[in-house]
Design a binder for this molecule. Structure first.
Ligand SMILES: O=P(O)(O)OC[C@H]1O[C@H](OP(=O)(O)OP(=O)(O)O)[C@H](O)[C@@H]1O
Ligand SMILES: Nc1nc2[nH]cnc2c(=O)[nH]1
Length: 186
């Protein structure tokens, strides 16, 4: 993982544009938890947090879900620190953990949709009883894939975004809000 200098970090932050405030994200998380409760409350699901960016959304959603659930993770990545996606690479596929279970997959963003589509398909292949997907952010864009998440927190324009788990060159996952990187940085 390459390091960024403090000067570089501050310059990228200064050039970025805040699309969504932290308060708006928190409100979206509240709406998401209500939808998830309606879909999965009482079903004792296995929650799969999609590494790495899904950690933040999952961590903020779980205390808002007032029903029995179990937490696990899945790691399928196709950006690996870059700003455009490539082939899906599986790093952890929880084959045994999903068999016969109701599954909730939680991620930070639905962009081209290929990552979520691959994870949902893999869960069904591995014998999940049902699969619900939830993402904090969906980009408004054309996409090849037909799959659409069941629960969507916010919609953002088709720009490279960071914050609340979303990285820019491995940084900015902790940004308080959803920021769009400037054109010169992508
Ligand atoms: O809809 P898609 O175009 O497939 O992109 C969405 C995926 O891209 C990011 O993951 P990434 O591979 O960058 O890994 P990360 O979570 O470690 O940042 C993000 O966290 C989603 O999982
Ligand atoms: N950080 C980040 N990761 C992504 N993965 C797919 N699209 C994006 C994006 O806009 N930002």
């Amino acid at each position: 993982m390459n390091k960024m200098t403090d000067e570089e970090y501050r310059a990228i932050a200064a050039r970025s544009e805040r699309l969504v405030s932290g308060g708006e994200v928190e409100a979206a998380l509240g709406r998401m938890s209500e939808s998830i409760d309606a879909l999965l409350g009482g079903k004792d699901p296995v929650v799969l947090s999609v590494m790495t960016g899904g950690i933040v959304v999952t961590g903020l959603l779980l205390p808002r879900l007032d029903f029995a659930l179990r937490l696990d993770y899945v790691h399928a990545t196709r950006y690996r620190g870059a700003t455009s996606g490539g082939q899906i690479e599986w790093r952890h596929r929880p084959t045994e953990a999903v068999r016969g279970e109701h599954v909730l997959v939680v991620d930070d963003i639905f962009d081209e949709g290929l990552t979520m589509e691959a994870i949902v398909n893999a869960c069904y292949e591995d014998g999940a009883a049902s699969v619900v997907s939830a993402v904090l952010v969906e980009k408004t864009r054309q996409r090849q894939c037909d799959y659409r998440p069941d629960v969507i927190g916010l919609q953002v324009p088709d720009r490279y975004v960071m914050g609340y788990g979303l990285d820019y060159k491995s940084y900015f996952r902790n940004a308080d809000g959803i920021l769009a990187a400037s054109d010169q940085d992508v």
